[in-house]
Design a protein around this ligand. Sequence first.
Ligand code: WT7
Length: 671
Amino acid sequence: MRNTEDDVPQPETSSLENLLHETRSFPPTPEFAAQANAQPGLYAEASAGRLAFWAQQATELLTWKTPFTETLDWSGAPVARWFGDGILNAAYNAVDRHVEAGHGDRVAIHFEGEGGDTRTVTYADLQREVSRAANALAALGVEKGDRVVIYLPMLVESVVAMLACARIGAPHSVVFGGFSADALRSRIADAEAKLVITADGGFRRGAASPLKPAVDEALEEREGEPATTVQHVLVVRRTGGDVAWTEHRDVWWHEALESADVRHEPVWVDAEHPLFILYTSGTTGKPKGILHTTGGYLTQAAYTHRNVFDLKPESDVYWCTADIGWITGHSYVTYAPLINGATQVVYEGTPDSPHRGRWWEIVEKYGVTILYTAPTAIRTCMKWGEDIPAQFDLSSLRVLGSVGEPINPEAWMWYRRVIGGDKAPIVDTWWQTETGAIMISPLPGVTATKPGSAQVALPGIVADVVDDEAHSVPNGGGGYLVLSEPWPSMLRGIWGDLERFKDTYWSRFEGLYFAGDGAKKDEDGDIWLLGRVDDVMNVSGHRLSTTEIESALVSHEIVAEAAVVGAADDTTGQAVVAFVILRGEHADKAATPEGSDEVQLTLRNHVAKEIGPIAKPRRILVVPELPKTRSGKIMRRLLRDVAENRTVGDATTLADSSVMDLISAGLATPG
Ligand code: WT7
């Protein structure tokens, strides 16, 4: 993270220049502004008394069993306590209270399976399901504080499973279904989970794709490793495919729920009780278990969802396309929409199954009014052509959200014109797994939006762009994005590693949270995000660590050394490109076209096995040497030049300056 050598990755100057010449601006229409939840006065209200503002949000948006009297305790910084003496339950807030308020018949989830099967779940249905699941978990011995790993596709059961954990005070740790058995294994071990919830499989591009075998493999005994802490595996039946069964350990979800009572008294917890752990990639090989607690997290999730998306629970149909395996799925599928009593769409599959208009068909079918998705998806749809969305009625859409990576102005304009009918405001929302909820975003109805910029910190949030010495940069300047004041949904640490928490986020600049992103302020003071400044890549809005992929590569017997970079990619934002030095005779073999193909295949599959298919390098380049500084640090900047087909930049600090010529020469030869 601390790039002391001259290897601080900088966003490409040309794209930066383009961004700063972007002068288009789209003020809200008077009609939208008049009806918006968020009015311009919200900024002044929040800055007049930040803590009082948050206390008010927490009181208005949540129902507390015991109201809090204390708003923020920052004496244990950087571990915050928000609403510390309050008592509540997340599942009660997401489900029961809406039923009690007479909204039991309101649809909570319109589920759309990939194959076209559907399921409508009301808040009353959800209350019964979550209560049953909570009873089933308790019957399997899960108690308050025990960790539960959830490894599921996008199903109603996935949301139910998360809420059932929350209901009994058992922190969940969702592992994205695209991660491998090995990745699952290390996350289960780190969290010392007592139970795993999975499915026989899910449907992906028209075929059943099994999930349970990865759990079986992850729980296998291995010599030299401690026995697993997992006592039971709850299995949702989705595909109906054959599954291997371990007696006494495995339990069918439907059987466990069938025999469970539909009533369950929520376990009331302190505001600071852990709600979940979510692993994310950092700058080292070991993923970080980001810890979120209950009261502050739910407050900011609900507040941002209401104001950034202008949610009207009685009339909106909201759809966030994220998977629950990522933070976006936690905050903006499971928690915020349900806390706010919204009606939402949950879709199991991919945008192109069975055809490339599937998303737009879903928007038309359910009359979706608010859509929240990632730039990579928008760029993919752009590539497929605007005649596809043109075949569907998208006129119900009134707010469009973007998240996960910088959105280029061209994609922004396309999103606005083709999907939003030139009228729906776009909110480009910047945040992270660590921040728990949206931090920087326009407010629809207030902000005149600019294509490509997340613009302003939300009311109640204080963000800045600083230089190397932590000085705030003037308008027009660039530097590092920092958060200057604690916020309710901030992470409370890294699971089991307080030192790493301090070191990663709080040691770079005294008293400021270092986000790891480069940013720029324009002449109006609006913030433009420019991408990561550490060894973290962003591929299709998913966070991947260069170091983690490098360790996966060198763990293969044919690899001697590896360096990974994120190369700019038109669709996915960045693509993983690996440079490898092979051992002995493997290097000669790779010099032939067939040998090279074989190496590519072997190593790509190896990375998929170690981490998951999402981490597979797009390209693997076999090289004789890697560019290193005199202190032995790999200069990824130079490799990025090669990967992006640019003239190689200044290589004077290399220990051996001829290395780059060697690499370039080797790559120029065909094969
Ligand atoms: C990183 C966080 C936030 C949920 C999804 C990703 C990048 C996120 C934006 C945006 C520019 C963005 C940042 C950030 N990022 N949103 N609107 N504009 N960059 O969560 O996996 O924790 O990744 O995603 O680089 O640090 P995550």
